[in-house]
Design a protein around this ligand. Structure first.
Ligand code: GS8
Length: 220
């Protein structure tokens, strides 16, 4: 029986982007179901993720898998005939998970503050955001990808930031290229992959959407 794969997602979501990127890398066909998160969460979402009621959710042959990093690992293990995303060495695997966790705990929230806050609060978030990006950049070092020569798990964990860089720069009025040139070079390298450029949203469309959200929320 062919696999039935569905992704419940919301196009600007960095978490969703991880799942889209992992599915694209593995060449898995799936049905994409865009979710309305603001007004009316679908019955399907509430049924598939009753605990957090959040996207992304991967539904594989009727079974839901929640939490983006767990989904990426699930995809890696399930479609294991394709090149692995996680490193085979246990220590390297632990390191990749550590950095993915760092991005979740620090960078994403600061990025959110960067576009949602104003004045001093925004300045403080920007300062800390840049510090965190520099820490992530130092983990990349001179490697082509986070795991070395090959695009893998940690690149996927961070890939959504790429699409958001332009929004952060626009809202925070700074240049990531000036602060973290190696990270920007990495992001360009990633987007040269057809699997990603075809899958992830246009950063300008994302920025236009966020500027609209800011307007609607009265943050300007
Ligand atoms: C976060 C998912 C999440 O925040 C993961 O999958 O890694 N730790 C989780 N999803 C958001 C959309 S992206 O900002 C969401 O579904 N929000 C709806 C809500 O909070 O009600």
């Amino acid at each position: 029986m062919a696999d039935e794969v569905t992704l419940l997602d919301f196009w600007p979501s960095m978490y969703g982007m991880r799942c889209r990127a992992a599915l694209a890398e593995k060449g898995v066909e799936y049905e994409y179901k865009e979710q309305d998160l603001t007004f009316d969460k679908s019955e399907l979402l509430l049924q598939m993720n009753p605990v957090h009621k959040k996207i992304p959710v991967l539904i594989h042959n009727g079974n839901p898998v929640c939490e983006s990093l767990i989904i990426v690992e699930y995809i890696d293990e399930t479609w294991s005939h394709k090149a692995p995303l996680l490193p085979s060495d246990p220590y390297e695997r632990a390191q990749a998970r550590f950095w993915a966790d760092f991005v979740d705990k620090k960078v994403y929230d600061l990025g959110r503050k960067l576009w949602m806050r104003k004045g001093e609060e925004q300045d403080a978030a920007k300062k800390e955001f840049i510090e965190c990006l520099k820490i992530v950049e130092s983990e990349l070092g001179d490697k082509a990808f986070f795991g070395g020569k090959k695009f893998g798990f940690l690149d996927i964990a961070i890939i959504g930031l790429n699409c958001w860089f332009y929004t952060y720069e626009t809202c925070g009025n700074f240049s990531i290229q000036a602060e973290c040139p190696k990270l920007v070079a990495w992001s360009k390298r990633c987007m040269e992959k057809e699997s990603l450029s075809k899958t992830l949203p246009d950063p300008r469309k994302l920025c236009a959407f966020i500027l609209e959200c800011k307007k609607a929320m009265g943050i300007e």
